[in-house]
Write a protein that binds this ligand. Structure first.
Ligand code: UDP
Ligand code: MG
Length: 341
């Protein structure tokens, strides 16, 4: 019998993005095996190596050799967390796909709660943080502010205090494969597709080892992606501020005329002129910048480059050496046996 007909799609796919996570990989594997085996179902662990420069890849390949349920996608360079998750979900074969971080801040035990909800018929089960351990006050505060702002200004209902840690039914994953926008905020996209959604609560643990890969700069960038992906409010603001300033200057004109006619020797100094010109210049530049944010994103869409480039895939079927750049490649890749090395 050939290998292909032996192949059974796993029930669960666990997708983990990996960027320089040598210090957590062994423990991650241990915990995932422990939890996933306890479900009594078949499963696969898809690790997306997002251009690590330490020896994460070697560790992952060792695991893959030992345990073919571990499959590895090796990116040609660092494409970023959200793209790594996208690739993992593109290649995932399970009836349900669970996305989690490598650093065990998302406790694998929560997966069991998610699976229970999934069996009840929910198609997206996101994990809601009730508590975050070991984060700075600043991160907690900015995160909380950000989620609330996003909730107010966007049309999609992105649940408060959720990260990317979630379970998605295969139908949701198939729907998400159709969304190929370049600047991605996965939590938003997984809300946007709809389906029956619910949350399970969990306590976000401290990072098992290593350093956070999300410094303030990257968090800000993700926040801007989130806002521009799901809201036009920044563009509308230009209109509102424009009307506001135009109204103010109308009042100013009327006031000046009246004061002049009533014989008041009202004189606006140079400083006033200078300040108002600077103010207007500043406001205009800000909105030009905002326009630029949207314009740049349109440009990236138009270029239509693939979201990522997988230099090698381990544990997936297909022509060895072919470049993998998205779901169209995965269909050819995923229909057969695992690990034809
Ligand atoms: N990550 C990635 N590519 C990146 C940055 C991060 O694949 O460019 C992965 C990282 O290895 C981890 C997950 O994304 O599995 C979340 O990163 P991290 O835990 O550092 O973020 P934090 O929890 O501090 O927000
Ligand atoms: Mg983390």
């Amino acid at each position: 019998m050939d290998q292909v007909s032996d192949y059974v799609r796993p029930v669960f796919s666990v997708v983990v993005p990996i960027w320089n996570e040598t210090s957590v990989i062994p423990e991650l594997y241990r915990r995932v095996v422990q939890i996933m085996d306890s479900t009594g179902e078949t499963w696969e662990l898809i690790c997306v190596n997002d251009g690590s420069v330490d020896n994460s890849l070697e560790l992952l390949l060792e695991l893959h050799e030992k345990d073919p349920r571990v499959r590895v996608l090796d990116f040609a360079r660092n494409f970023g967390h959200q793209i790594a998750i996208t690739a993992g979900a593109d290649f995932a074969e399970g009836d349900a796909v669970i996305v989690m971080d490598a650093d065990l801040q998302d406790p694998p035990e929560t997966i069991l709660d998610m699976i229970a909800k999934w069996r009840e018929g929910y198609e997206v089960v996101y994990a809601v943080r009730t508590e975050r351990q070991g984060e700075t006050k600043f991160k907690l505060w900015t995160a909380s502010l950000f989620y609330r702002l996003l909730q107010r200004i966007t049309d999609v209902n992105i649940p408060l205090d959720t990260g990317d840690f979630r379970l998605m039914d295969r139908r949701v994953v198939l729907a998400m494969r159709r969304l190929r926008e370049k600047h991605r905020f996965m939590r938003g996209l997984s809300s946007w597709v709809g389906f029956r959604q619910t949350g399970v609560e969990y306590v976000r643990a401290v990072r098992y080892a290593g350093e956070t890969k999300y410094p303030l700069r990257k968090m800000l960038r993700l926040a801007i992606v989130a806002i521009t992906s799901f809201s036009y409010l920044p563009l509308h603001l230009a209109t509102y501020v424009g009307f506001g300033l135009a109204f103010l200057s109308l009042v100013g004109i009327l006031l000046t005329v009246i004061l002049r006619l009533s014989g008041n020797n009202f004189f606006l100094g140079q400083a006033t002129t200078l300040v108002s010109v600077l103010l207007l210049g500043g406001v205009q530049l800000i909105f030009l910048g905002i326009l630029g944010e949207y314009l740049g994103r349109i440009y990236d869409e138009v270029k239509n480059r693939p979201l990522y480039i997988v230099s090698r895939a381990y544990g997936f079927v297909g022509e060895p050496g072919a470049l993998l750049t998205g779901p169209a490649d995965t269909t050819q890749y995923s229909s057969g046996a695992p690990a034809a090395k």
